[in-house]
Design a protein around this ligand. Structure first.
Ligand SMILES: [Mg+2]
Length: 306
């Protein structure tokens, strides 16, 4: 069946691999491999800040360079769970922004971190998501499945979403699987407009299953906790959405810099679906600018050690 084409070879990560799965999960839970420096951290969104679709946002590479020149550390934090983190890192490098995989945090990584804490090593996770999500789940020592039964269902953006896949995810959730969403973004910005985001797919599963997911990505607690493992204390969040980036900043207790280079729609309008346990109120931005390089001087002044 065409709907099985994504990752069906991974369906049978068997229990005979459990010792290795346990070792991988144990390593995974050790957290970042690089020591955390004391430099303040700028959490930089990707979609709508660094690029829009495949097009770099003008001034973004220069803006990141100026943040680093000022002694600030930059973490790229995205709700994109469809792309692999290696791909995201390569895209940054191609547009002139030096980056390592460890500096890129995705909602797929946040979801896998949440799952590995809630499940036994080697547990079966039905992935209704793209390659980035399947890769993080597998790297966490969990068994990627595409069909029920499953101990957990994790839902993210995937461009081959279809009715069969919806039915499989719903069946597993209705049967009692832990229900996790990478993020609830209603849309994401591309050249000239927006495309439907993970939130639209999650809503389909949630509606048919009659359950509310635990959300891993911005602005929810799993992503905030992931950032805290990589940050020393002081920081700032720069993004194009108050509903995700602004609320993440509030969760971290950091200022929020809003840029207008991304989402033109207003996802903060009443009725935007929210996840369980999120930060209830969006906070107004501390500074607003047309794009990243325009807010860099404010961020540097705010975070530079006096
Ligand atoms: Mg964005």
């Amino acid at each position: 069946m065409g709907s099985d084409r994504v990752g069906s070879d991974r369906d049978q990560v068997g229990s005979h691999e459990e010792p290795e799965a346990r070792r991988r999960a144990a390593r995974y839970q050790e957290g970042p491999t690089a020591p955390v420096s004391g430099d303040p951290v700028v959490v930089c969104d990707l979609d709508g800040v660094v690029w829009r679709g495949r097009t770099p946002v003008p001034g973004a590479a220069e803006g990141v360079a100026r943040l680093r020149d000022a002694g600030l550390r930059v973490l790229f934090v995205t709700n994109n769970a469809a792309s692999r983190r290696d791909e995201l890192t390569e895209r940054l490098v191609r547009m002139g922004i030096a980056a390592t995989r460890q500096e890129v945090l995705s909602s797929a990584l946040a979801a896998a971190t949440l799952l590995v804490r809630r499940l036994a090593p080697g547990a079966r996770v039905l992935v209704a998501g793209g390659p980035g999500l399947a890769e993080e789940v597998a790297a966490a020592g969990l068994a990627v499945a595409r069909t029920p039964p499953a101990d957990a269902v994790v839902v993210g953006l995937h461009l081959d979403f279809d009715y069969d896949g919806l039915a499989r995810a719903v069946a597993a959730v209705r049967a009692g699987a832990l229900f996790v969403a990478t993020n609830l973004d209603p849309t994401y910005p591309v050249e000239g407009g927006v495309m439907p985001g993970a939130g639209a797919i999650v809503a389909a599963v949630a509606t048919a299953a009659g359950r509310t997911p635990t959300v891993a990505g911005k602005p929810e607690a799993p992503m905030a906790e992931l950032i805290r493992t990589r940050a020393s204390g002081r920081g700032c969040v720069v993004g194009d959405r108050a509903s995700t980036d602004g609320r993440l900043a509030a969760a971290l207790g950091w200022p929020f810099a809003l840029v207008r280079s991304g989402s033109d729609d207003d996802p903060d309008a009443p009725g935007t679906p929210g996840g369980a346990g999120g930060v209830a109120e969006a906070v107004p931005p501390a500074v607003t600018g047309p794009r990243l390089d325009a807010v860099v001087p404010w961020i540097v002044a705010r975070l530079r050690v006096p």
